[in-house]
Design a protein around this ligand. Structure first.
Ligand code: S3P
Length: 442
């Protein structure tokens, strides 16, 4: 790897990826561990927490709100330590705005965290986050009694004006979003009555699995989750398993690089998160899952992937999209190497991620010489089994970590180097991505 002005040159791996690896802690579970521990009464012990910019945004936020978060870097590069929450006394009024950086999860979950308290907290973020839609969270929270200022504004910066008189809510969410579901459920913990979120398709369920660990009466079934309020979170221990969304990059690299065979250990095997293994299998890749334990209610284990020469395109239906929502860019790259057309149905949500990932995937595919197009909200990729990456192909992550890693894989698994502008956005979710993948290819 070398860095030329703003672009990083990614060289092809010299050998296939082989052997065992681990990936950093799950980002979604890490955010929840930090935020729920901050809400709880007592001292929670957290291990395996992801040390990345996004999770640091949540840690900094809870400190500003009065929680004591002593999380220290460990030899395995995770964060571990204690968080003493504000419990029944509630968060303290911070002096200035809370900067959520690039982290949509921090901003959106905090809206639910702050909802039940008499505080007025301004939330803001970086140039990407201030463009992302917040109405999906503010609309249900306003029904519960929270106010947001300026009124009618749909993006950050926004001031959350909480209230101790929250009404419970039964909410039919317009989209499958775990961030929306979590914000409403967290507010519902403090409302008098049962708060329910119904979803059009199942989104990740880490909140429903973790809240009972913190002593909150939570029920969940297919596409619905409820909390019984008022309740209080009590400190507990949380062990964070490896992030399947990070593992997906190693798995897809192994599927693409001839001769590879990798085993990624201690990865969350939560079914709502490992849709990418199913998509890879349907493309004909050789994937195996082996459960080795559980962290709280979260199952984890080993994801093994071997190189497969004859990948084929497949169709991913709309109700499975939430289980691969963060993996669509990298799965699109695998699809670019498969025979036939791959279709991802109803992926309009990609337009409002850290960047417009639909547009970015189509643009990146065109730099690769691969046909990709959008019809309505469906994404189509016409694969080329003998794809030869054009010499000196260049890509731009646009500050989006998942795009940075996707385009880096073009160079890493191919025969010629590529340049990726703004590659350092990998620090949002997987700072050691390049060294982890290079270690597997020695
Ligand atoms: C997340 C939920 C998903 C996902 C994001 C993390 C979470 O977003 O894309 O990376 O931790 O709840 P949506 O809730 O917008 O689908």
């Amino acid at each position: 790897m070398s860095i030329e002005s703003a672009a990083t040159i990614i060289e092809p791996l010299r050998a296939p990826l082989r052997g065992a690896a681990t990936v950093p802690g799950d980002k979604s579970i890490s955010h929840r561990a930090v935020l729920f521990a901050a809400m709880a009464e007592g001292i929670s012990k957290l291990t395996g927490v992801l040390d990345s910019e996004d999770v640091r945004s949540s840690i900094a936020a809870v400190r500003q709100l009065g929680a004591r978060a002593e999380l220290e870097p460990q030899p395995d590069k995770s964060l571990a330590g204690v968080v003493e929450g504000w419990g029944a006394k509630g968060p303290s009024q911070p002096e200035g705005p809370i900067d959520c950086g690039n982290s949509g999860t921090t901003a959106r979950l905090l809206m639910g965290v702050l909802a039940p308290w008499d505080v007025r907290v301004e939330l803001t973020g970086d140039e990407s986050l201030v463009k992302r839609p917040m109405r999906r969270i503010t609309a249900p929270l306003m029904k519960m009694g929270v106010r947001f200022q300026p009124e009618g504004r749909e993006t950050l910066p926004l001031v959350v004006c909480g209230t101790r008189n929250l009404h419970p809510l039964v909410y039919d969410a317009p989209m499958a979003s775990a961030q929306l579901k979590t914000a409403v459920l967290l507010a519902g913990v403090y409302a008098h009555g049962t708060t329910t979120v119904n979803e059009p398709a199942p989104s990740r369920n880490h909140t429903e699995l973790m809240l009972p660990e913190f002593g909150v009466d939570t029920t969940a079934a297919d596409r619905t989750a409820s909390v019984a309020g008022p309740a209080a979170l009590k400190a507990c221990k949380v062990q964070v398993p490896g992030d399947p969304s990070s593992a997906a990059f190693l798995a897809c690299a192994a599927a693409l690089k001839p001769g590879s065979s990798v085993q990624i250990e201690n990865v969350s095997l939560n079914p709502a998160r490992i849709g990418f293994t199913r998509t890879l299998e349907r493309m004909g890749a050789c994937v195996n899952l082996r459960r080795t334990g559980s962290a709280g209610k979260e199952p984890y284990g080993t994801v093994s992937v071997d190189y497969t020469p004859n990948l084929r395109g497949c169709e991913v239906p709309a109700d499975k999209i939430a289980s691969i929502v963060d993996e669509i860019p990298v799965l699109s790259l695998v699809a670019a190497h498969a025979r036939g057309v791959t279709v991802f149905r109803e992926v309009g949500e990609l337009r409002v991620k850290e960047t417009d990932r639909l547009e970015a995937v189509v643009e990146g595919m065109s730099s690769l010489g691969v046909d990709a197009w959008v019809e309505g909200n469906d994404l189509f990729i016409e694969g080329q089994p003998d794809l030869v990456v054009p010499d000196a192909a260049s890509f731009d992550s646009k500050g989006d970590h998942r795009l940075a890693m996707t385009w880096a894989l073009v160079g890493l698994t191919g025969d010629s180097s590529v340049s990726v502008a703004n590659f350092d956005s990998v620090k949002i979710s997987y700072p050691q991505f390049l060294s982890d993948i290079e270690r597997l290819a020695r």
